[in-house]
Design a protein around this ligand. Sequence first.
Ligand code: CA
Length: 231
Amino acid sequence: MNKKKILVVEDEKNISNVIRAYLIKEGFDVITAKDGKIALELFKDEEFHLIILDLMLPKISGEEICTTIRATSDVPIIMLTAKVDEDSKIEGLSIGADDYVTKPFSPRELVSRVKALLRRSYRDSSPMAEKLTFNNGDLEVDIDKMIVRKNGKNIYLTSNEFKVLVSLLTRPGQVFSREQLIELAFGYDYDGFDRTIDTHIKNIRQKIENNPKNPSYILTIYGAGYKFGGV
Ligand code: CA
């Protein structure tokens, strides 16, 4: 398989270097740009499989770059944002970014998100990537066919349970509040109560965890929400 080429747009040299090192280690081709002008020039000349785009940049802001790119291309974009308020995250997504990572972030988490987004975006060209496996094959998930296997056996999840699980596992390590998880899994129009998510999580754990009381896949982050812990 050809190497996937990633453009990293980040003005902070240290961060840019770390991201590049991690991505290269994972077998990606990486090109970096330290401002928006360079990024847009590179984007015109070369084809990238994915773009990691910092929001706060000199000359041209991340928002503007994203909007400009989106005018001509569907290339997957992950926004890096230091703004922690919810509005800017939603804004990042509404101007066309596919995902966002809030600084400070762990490079490992960013790499997982890059891989997950590439899987989602290029599903057709890499059919073997459709089935995701975790914890040495203990859990297998085929997102397209909505099949979940535990220890080699098919298990039945309701469609809502499946949506919650997929929302979490495609963004490993990211912590979601109940509200965020509801939005992600069911869309903005979902008018259930926050705590219904707890019921779904409880049911999913009964089905996929070796020990639902001490889960290894869906982890509770006290006071914050949930995150996916499978590897
Ligand atoms: Ca910056």
